[in-house]
Design a protein. Sequence first.
Length: 652
Amino acid sequence: MATWPAGYIGHSTKLVQSPVYALFLFKERTMLRGDHTATDTKITNTSTAILDTENGPSDADLTMGNDNGVELMRYVSDAGGFGTFTAARGQYGTTAQAFTDSSAIGVILSVFSTDTITGLTMNYKDGWASFPSGGAISFDRQTGRTTYDDVTIEIQDRDGGVTGLLKDSPLIGVRAVIMAGYPGLDFESWAQVYNGSVARATAQAGTSYHFTLRSAEGKLARKRFKLLDTATIQTAAFSAVATTFTINSSSNFPGDTTDSIASHQTGTTPDTATDLYAGFHLYYSSIPEIVRIDSRSAGASTMTVTRGTMGTTANTSGITTPALFFAVEDNPIDILLGLLLSGSQLHDGTANDGTYKYAWKGVHDGQLADFELGMGLDESEVNIASFEEIRDHWIPSDVHRVIIDGETNMKSFIEDGLLRPMNLNLYTDRAGRLALAIDKPPLGVTDVAITEDDIIGVPNVDFDNSEIINRVDFNYDKQATADTYDSLTIQVDATSQTDYGVEQAIEIKARGVHTDHSGDVLSARYARGKERSFTNPNPQIVFPVLWRNIRVEPGDTVSVTHSGMPDIKAGVVGITNKRMQVVGKRPDWQRGTLELTCIDSAFYKRYGLIHPRAPVPVDYGAATDDTKGRYMYISDRTTEKMEDGTDGYVVA
């Protein structure tokens, strides 16, 4: 993000100045493909329908932006190829900049501001916009759910200017980006502070419109995987060793070839021997068996199968009806990405098809068609790097098995079955992308340092035992076709129960954890993680900071320094570089401040990681502060202290 000069961000006396905001409405919004230098005039974006050779806008104004800053440019002509065009760079008072892969790009529909924008020479509606309101984000760390407040902004309808925009479209679903700066601050140094879409537009007595803006998380509230037609197996006896079977009708059965029913993420043609797959259930009394279809010729009613897959047992049966389903075994973060990004377009391994998409193709209403399995989000709407970072650092080797066998509320499915067991939360970042955060001890790496010059007033510190959890009942080994769990791990902290005089339990149902994929180990680790976060009344710190800290996101680790904040553990007033995790933020748009809610989850214990990607071991005394803060060292067996007298480590 561009650096805002000190004169515009306040100083130690906290004379906060109200920002200036600009609401950009876009006809379309996508992202760049590949890095672009400041001198590149040939621009490539990721969409086949936006800014491409067939649909390229005529003489359109465009904007590009990421944490490097903002640049306005003008479309000149098609340049041939997938989503490629030429552009005049650094227009309307901005300077051409270098942008990295996946930076945002959009076609500008209109711009409304709260005040004059210094340095911006393009046409915009000066003074039409009010100060925005709303936009708070808060984690519920126990449930894996995240609460979002919509952003509302009033736009004056001067001379029917807004009504004119509504003539061709009600603007619902149009991408909306809010930029922020200060009076006299050149537009090149402004920052993007919100990215969402218009969810509602309300006319107010013919003088103004109230726009309600909503983040990408609103798209999670969808139902997916409507059951396809099924067919009846002809064979009266189907032995446990049989590897072929015949169906009554092939016309309503999904898939003519292996590829059309296989699911895969690798960007290559699927291999049924090793890749993920879809198939169907066979019911034997109340005991299900999962059967994988390995091959089937086009239109054939006979197919070759593998029996008793994914932890089930091959059984004998009479005539039965198969129930179609989607099943996947993979790292849970990869599964989560697959469910977010997969949609109605079949993932066939072609270029630009995406790494994490699942394929599912079948018959629906008598028509062979690509089938909506997941949320169908575009890759520009998901901060994929945030998912990969958590996967690689916290759960690189975990394997879950997930089965979807009916129309499913994907938001609840994801929150309850994937996020909650692993202490994860989804949120929408400033760029409008769904991102992933993990509830973790504040280890060595600090995302943002916050000092007394940033903080307004003295932070409030709150100890509250109402959220204490000292017993976790962790259910796993979910049955394939029923909401029944066959295994249970119970994690109890008797010391916490004694110390605080309360016994509070939480029940977790982890639909993806199974014994045949180290379910006993995973369940114990996940349960300890949940208990670790709540077994003590970790202090919660709430404080407003200057607007320059808008880049702080929920889930970030911040390092806080303040001479007036009590260090209760040390028994002194004043803290220095105290690491905390952000679990909520609430903007005050008019004052230009941001209220942060942080948890000091390392108040009682010092945590560290044992990780295969840890650096080459060095002596504790010679290790850097970052290494000491992230990775685990062995303490004295008797004193449980390190050689410098500091606390020993607990595995994070």
